[in-house]
Design a binder for this molecule. Structure first.
Ligand SMILES: [Zn+2]
Length: 329
């Protein structure tokens, strides 16, 4: 898989340009609040400013995060009415939907299916609850694999409607507004993909989720690792470091700290990413490090593929997948 397949460069750059303008329009005058590291609570240190947002790195666990953080009301306004949000939901999505289904959602669905087989008995088929289900493509793929219909939690009215048209049960709320009685009974696997890096308050999100889960339920999520190789090398020039969208970059160690503080047992943390070196290759003109520039100029496709394999298997990709569980008691 190549970055171009799921994020065609021209259209992605247009989106980033809109997001950059929106970061000023919606946040320049927003009230901001300071806090410590969202993973471990230690103090952070200034790293860089980007599009009017300040990023800090935790001295203790190396989490990269926006601090101070604009008020949540500014984000709600931004996500409901900004030009870049609209561009993402319409133009960007339309152009890439089928490529993303095949290259992202089908593999994600089969990975979740394997996780279900690992942690649940045959007699106990869990309901998949997809938080921030968007267009419902993951849920559609999931229902081909598991005989219990997935449930989508999607607060956006137009996205929720698209899911309903696909015959998916939808709860049109933010996770933080949900009650346990909104959800089907029985064992559950909650999932969220590429959501965690956007969360205004990850600790609150996890505590709310924990309150909705029963002992033995599983939560699987993917997010960006700030210790991932493309982010480490490109740093403030990384297109993944994109305010106002991406506020939290945990890493395989720091996410454990946050999960154990919020009542979860960690079952698996992996970085199954495939794109780090392709992203670096596409952004090589903004790489300062001589080794990486020369490596990318000279490595063959096969050599890059070998390195990518090693980066993923050693936990150094920026695409991180976490499987955790609410303990039985
Ligand atoms: Zn920390």
């Amino acid at each position: 898989m190549k970055e171009e397949d799921i994020r065609p460069q021209a259209i992605f750059d247009e989106y980033l340009q809109l997001a950059k303008e929106d970061a000023i329009t919606y946040f320049a005058t927003a009230e901001r609040e300071s806090s410590n590291c969202p993973a471990c609570g230690a103090l952070g240190e200034f790293s860089f400013d980007k599009n009017g947002f300040t990023y800090e790195v935790c001295n203790n666990c190396l989490t990269l995060y926006v601090n101070p953080r604009p008020a949540v009301s500014a984000f709600l306004k931004y996500y409901t009415e900004s030009p870049s949000s609209k561009f993402w939901a319409t133009t960007f999505y339309k152009e890439t939907a089928e490529a993303r289904r095949d290259r992202l959602w089908k593999p994600k669905a089969s990975a979740i299916h394997e996780i279900v087989l690992r942690y649940f008995k045959d007699s106990e088929i869990p309901t998949i609850v997809d938080i921030g289900g968007g267009y419902g493509i993951f849920a559609e793929e999931m229902r081909k694999l598991i005989p219990v219909s997935p449930v989508v939690i999607e607060p956006g009215p137009s996205l929720a409607e698209i899911c309903r048209q696909k015959g998916l049960p939808v709860i049109e709320k933010f996770l933080e507004e949900l009650a346990k009685s909104d959800l089907p009974q029985g064992a559950k696997v909650f999932s969220s993909f590429e959501l965690f890096e956007h969360l205004h308050d990850p600790e609150r999100f996890l505590r709310c989720l924990n309150g909705l889960m029963s002992g033995g339920d599983v939560f699987v999520f993917t997010t960006l690792s700030g210790m991932g190789i493309d982010i480490q090398v490109l740093w403030e020039n990384s297109k993944s470091v994109m305010p106002p969208h991406h506020l939290n970059f945990f890493n395989p160690e720091s996410i454990k700290v946050l999960l154990s503080r919020t009542g979860f047992d960690v079952l698996e943390i992996e970085t199954p990413g495939k794109l780090d070196l392709d992203i670096l290759l596409n952004s090589r003109l903004s790489i300062k490090d001589r080794f990486w520039r020369n490596f990318l100029e000279t490595a063959s496709d096969a050599e890059r593929a070998n390195w990518q394999q090693f980066i993923s298997s050693s936990g150094r990709s920026s695409h991180m997948r976490v499987v955790c569980q609410k303990p039985l008691n």
